[in-house]
Design a binder for this molecule. Structure first.
Ligand SMILES: [Zn+2]
Length: 440
């Protein structure tokens, strides 16, 4: 009896699973039809008017013009006065970081003052915040000392225990001795580090193996750490891992079918990142013409995360203030060069370094300021980011077969990208999470 019950449960589970895979075209699975006044599909050059999006199960069945018949019994969501877009992708977040405000203990307080349960609760809040702002996917680029917590938060989201975006987890990140916080404490103290510290290609490869073994979807690597302005007035960054160390990590990750994201500001560390085979450059504050050419040749992705470098500057005459101003100056110019060279730019905010109570759409105006057209900025947060994640056609696009991750704003983000800070409708995988536009 007990055995039969188990078998029955197993069969039910198998059926439910199969339904998710094959719901498209099956009349027995509930159909939702979204009426989109204006549709930005994530890949097209222009928006289209008056479209219908047929959603069955967790995916989009088809997108049509508004003459298509809506079957009786379909649930209709009326967004005919709104602009409808694919769910947004933030390719650089830290759900386990709770800001770095010096008045609240800075970065170090995240690790020294908060236990793992508090950090998990904050990560849960971060995930909800992201989803309610229309970010249905995050590439979360390391837990900052919270171990493999991101893999478990991802599991909690996937099993429906907590609301949140689809997570691509990078776990612990890798840097070298002298290459990551916590630092500045008495040398006698063994301080915890926000990243996994390695020295030498053997340790580097082993760290990558451990992280991949424990569920890392991406490997995050630090190729630069401290930065300052030298006597000549140039921005200088301390390099961390060597090209050989990085190459071992990249080789290992690629063998597992995974990619490597490299935090790199400029100079030697950025050059090692490119020579070592990095898949995406994070921040890339100052990229030389030769490095832009190398990125174009290699097909390297660029996630500039502009916004965090344009606020909270130190006092003008202080060393920190000079550094902050120099960073912003070279950063914008690098993005402009990259846009002209056709480098694939993806949307990233570095949320977590910024408090999760701040808006995540603040990167859009900066991308437009430095040369992306509004539609290109939207693609950076949809189809381009999806392609980097290996999810082309699945995420970041409103087309047949893609996941039904769908958001809407009341205004027109092609006229004003700041509209994207006011996401009023969010659907993830066919389930409505938020709807302030259609009263039904
Ligand atoms: Zn970051």
């Amino acid at each position: 009896m007990h055995k039969h019950w188990l078998l029955f449960t197993a069969l039910m589970l198998a059926c439910t699973h199969a339904m998710g895979q094959t719901a498209l075209g099956r009349p027995d699975v509930a159909l939702t039809v979204i009426k989109a006044g204006k549709l930005i599909d994530g890949t097209s050059e222009t928006a289209r008017q008056n479209r219908l999006i047929f959603v069955r199960g967790e995916r989009i069945e088809r997108v049509t013009d508004d003459t298509a018949a809506i079957p009786a019994g379909a649930k209709v969501i009326d967004l005919s006065a709104a602009t409808v877009l694919p769910g947004l992708i933030d390719a650089h977040t830290h759900i386990f970081l709770w800001g770095e405000d010096p008045a609240e203990g800075g970065y170090d307080a995240n690790i020294l003052k908060a236990g793992i349960a508090l950090r998990a609760a904050r990560a849960t809040f971060a995930c909800r915040r992201a989803l309610e702002q229309g970010f249905t996917t995050l590439r979360d680029l390391e837990t900052e000392g919270a171990g493999y917590g991101d893999v478990e938060i991802k599991e909690a989201i996937a099993e429906g225990t907590i609301p949140g975006p689809r997570l691509f987890a990078a776990t612990r990140a890798i840097s070298s001795t002298g290459g990551y916080n916590l630092e500045g404490y008495a040398p006698e103290l063994q301080m915890p580090k926000g990243a996994q510290i390695v020295d030498g290609p053997v340790e580097a490869r082993k760290a990558a193996r451990e992280q991949l073994d424990h569920g890392a979807d991406w490997i995050k690597v630090y190729m630069t750490h401290r930065s300052w302005v030298n006597k000549q007035g140039d921005l200088v960054s301390q390099p961390t891992l060597t090209t050989e160390e990085l190459a071992a990590i990249v080789d290992e990750a690629h063998g597992w079918g995974k990619k490597v994201a490299c935090h790199a500001y400029n100079g030697i560390g950025l050059q090692r990142a490119l020579d070592g085979g990095c898949d995406s450059i994070e921040h890339g504050l100052e990229i030389s013409d030769a490095q832009i050419a190398q990125m174009a040749k290699h097909g390297t992705w660029y996630c500039p995360t502009l916004a965090p470098y344009y606020y909270d500057w130190g006092p003008e005459n202080s060393a920190a203030g000079k550094r902050d101003r120099k960073r912003a100056e070279v950063h914008g110019a690098s993005v402009e060069k990259a846009v002209k060279a056709g480098i694939r730019i993806v949307y990233g905010t570095d949320m977590g370094g910024i408090k999760w109570t701040e808006p995540m759409a603040q990167e859009f105006p900066y991308l437009v300021q430095f040369g992306l057209k509004p539609m290109q900025a939207i693609r950076a947060a949809t189809s381009t980011a999806a392609e980097m994640l290996g999810e082309k056609g699945e995420l970041g696009v409103l087309a047949a077969g893609a996941y039904a991750d769908i958001v809407a704003v009341a205004g027109d983000p092609l006229q004003d990208v700041k509209e994207l800070a006011k996401v009023r409708f969010v659907m993830k995988g066919g389930t409505v999470f938020k709807n302030e536009l259609d009263g039904k």
